[in-house]
Design a protein around this ligand. Sequence first.
Ligand code: EPZ
Length: 420
Amino acid sequence: MEKLIVHGGTTLKGRVTISGSKNSSLPILAATLLTKDVCTIRRVPDLSDTNYMTLILAELGAEVERASGVVVVEAKKIKSTAPYDLVRKMRASICVLGPLTGRLKKASVSLPGGCVIGDRPVDLHLKGLEGLGAIVTVDGGDIVVNAKKGLKGSEINLMGKHGSTVLGTDNVMMAATLAKGTTIIEGAAAEPEVEDLANFLIAMGAKIEGAGTHRIVIEGVKELHGAEHTVIPDRIEAGTFLCAGAMMSDGLTLDRVVPGHMKAVLQTLERCGFPIQTTKNTITIKPNPDAKGFDLTTQCYPGIPTDMQAQFCALACAINDTSTITETIFPQRFMHVAEMKRMGANIDLQNATARIRGGNALKGAPVMASDLRASAALVLAAIKATGRTDILRLYHIDRGYEHLDDKLSDLGANLERVKE
Ligand code: EPZ
């Protein structure tokens, strides 16, 4: 295992190019299973989650070639059972369920385990596939889907108690592209990554309207053909760098971003008093020693993403004021709080609300990475802190960020990756 040694107290400056979105790449790679033709996906970030997905596609029988950020997939003949040993390593593998069901009218994918950010149920995924006429059972830890008589479009509501489901919407939308008739998904996730997937499916010949809103209408077609697609920029990586820029920089510019995907994050940072300038595909943030605290609640898109919650915790520690953060999507997603408190952070956690009194200097300490976004937040806190911080279990960061340590080093951070 590797760890990251961070020597804190440096000031970042310069420009960073944002990678393609992990959370767009994963369902889009899965969607290549819907056709026997060749698909080319560009700007797939080089990180362990996307590597796992390419391995799963290959295990299912697809020909997969990867050359830097370009992945070419030809799923001529595929199996309906996803390999347990790979699926168990990445919860997002659940998004092969929809394409396998759509293409083969049957699928078997192991039930994903929970993870540190909380329980990860899939009831809405299964409800959606049953809504399309599939018989869904859970047998020996596997989700087994059967639709021998084919899939039939219908009206399906995917709203759960914590809002809509991103991958659940993806799964139902993918399966519905090859169902008979019209499917209407109410309570659909409206994230840009869902819209990006829909744009790829439309390029493959699918008939989809309303992606990016909470109501998506899919007109089933007989089959889909190959297509090429460039994945949208990763708005969560971008948000992570914006927090870094606000915390400890002389000004930071992000290249290859879509400001329109990040309105809630940009508004929050501007309300704190951090000057933000945007163009069509860049964002520049400047520091402000007199920045004000913030009160935010994570929500489904277009609200503040849960995947930005830990990074905002780190930012709050650097603002000489009091901030509150309430997590509504994954109420237990606060593994980073105990670690930040080891660095001297003043955080009071009551149920799903963290109250952060920032401004006092953080001090370096050995800390443990837990989930990929918490880990990135610990890196930000470590660069801001004085002294040395060792961040253990670096693989969490490598799951979701493409060369994060290299990008931060290029901006002036003093960090090194070593064997634990
Ligand atoms: C996607 O996960 C993202 N992952 C997550 O990002 C992100 O945190 C999450 O959406 C929320 O935005 C990918 O896109 C690969 P959900 P997903 O289904 O789709 C509940 C990261 O850091 N729910 O939208 O699995 C669920 O418990 C990762 O990159 C049900 O109740 O999340 C949660 O409270 C972490 N039943 C809420 O809905 C279901 O069947 C949202 O979950 C499904 C979900």
